[in-house]
Design a protein around this ligand. Structure first.
Ligand SMILES: NC(=O)c1ccc[n+]([C@@H]2O[C@H](COP(=O)([O-])OP(=O)(O)OC[C@H]3O[C@@H](n4cnc5c(N)ncnc54)[C@H](O)[C@@H]3O)[C@@H](O)[C@H]2O)c1
Length: 255
């Protein structure tokens, strides 16, 4: 029996990187996985790979910034599978990173917030409503940049700091209301995904060197390293864990 056997999981941004690894791991651990994204071809490919390996999976188009889309996807999940047990608010963008604050257009700031913070808020809002009766686990992807900052990441860091405290606030609210809903945040360090690949491409080999030399272990993490932490928080092994911050960063924050 898998670690999330008999649970229904919705994972946003599941077409790539950490979301993909999380969807694959949850399916291997026997969850019914509904993965969503705006990259439909890639999302459908991930679902086909999981299904070929014997996993229970469905892919749906779902833009996390769109409240009507949240209402629709959660209704569909509940109608098809009876309930929602696990929600992983993973979708995110680097957004307005790499430029000094005075050069960030308001539109670009709002675009970053819209996916990284509004998207998580909408997930939490509709996820809690869907889990009120049966309980569940909500995992929100923040970052090490929800704790500390790097130059030229003001919008991204602000969004990830927001995710960290939004998670705690809702965890406390659920506990105070007697709801069996746990809410936690995950804080990846530098993980080798297309998001970081994009930053390296922009910055060239020096950027890659700079990232690697900033790592206590000298290497970046893998998406699977984060998926393992998300799986733990989703599973009943974490039944006493709520309002917490799971840092998975190869020691980055320990210095
Ligand atoms: N890679 C890292 O080093 C790192 C570090 C800390 C935090 N994170 C966070 O982890 C999460 C996953 O990042 P990743 O590195 O796997 O990136 P990624 O780019 O590989 O995957 C992100 C996915 O989110 C999807 N997405 C973007 N906008 C969306 C929208 N509006 N609606 C639905 N889906 C949308 C993308 O299409 C993509 O498939 C993000 O929240 C990111 O901020 C990543």
């Amino acid at each position: 029996m898998g670690r999330v056997d008999d649970k229904v999981a919705l994972i946003t941004g599941g077409a790539s990187g950490i979301g993909r690894a999380t969807a694959e791991l949850m399916a291997r651990e026997d969850a019914m996985v509904v993965l969503t994204d705006v990259q439909d071809e890639a999302g459908a490919d991930v679902a086909a790979t999981i299904a070929d390996a014997g996993g229970m999976v469905a892919y749906h188009h779902h833009d996390v910034t769109d409240e009507a889309a949240w209402i629709k996807i959660i209704e569909e999940v509940r109608a098809e599978y009876g309930r929602l047990d696990i929600l992983v608010n993973n979708a995110g963008i680097s957004g307005a990173s790499g430029v000094p604050v005075e050069e960030i257009a308001l539109e670009s700031w709002r675009g970053t917030m819209s996916v990284n913070l509004d998207g998580v808020f909408l997930g939490v809002k509709h996820g809690v409503a869907a889990m009120t009766e049966g309980g569940g686990s909500i995992i929100n992807t923040s970052s090490i940049l929800g704790f500390v900052c790097l130059p030229f990441t003001s919008a991204y860091s602000a969004s990830k700091g927001g995710v960290r405290l939004l998670s705690k606030a809702v965890a406390m609210e659920c506990a105070a209301r007697g709801l069996k809903i746990r809410v936690n945040s995950v804080h990846p360090g530098f993980i080798d995904t297309p998001m970081v690949g994009g930053a390296i491409q922009k910055g060239g080999p020096e950027r890659r060197e700079a990232i690697l030399s900033s790592q206590p272990t000298g290497e970046m993490g893998r998406p699977e390293d984060i998926a393992e932490g998300v799986l733990y928080l989703a599973s009943d092994a974490a039944k006493f864990v709520t309002g917490s911050e799971l840092v998975i960063d190869g020691g980055y924050l320990a210095r």
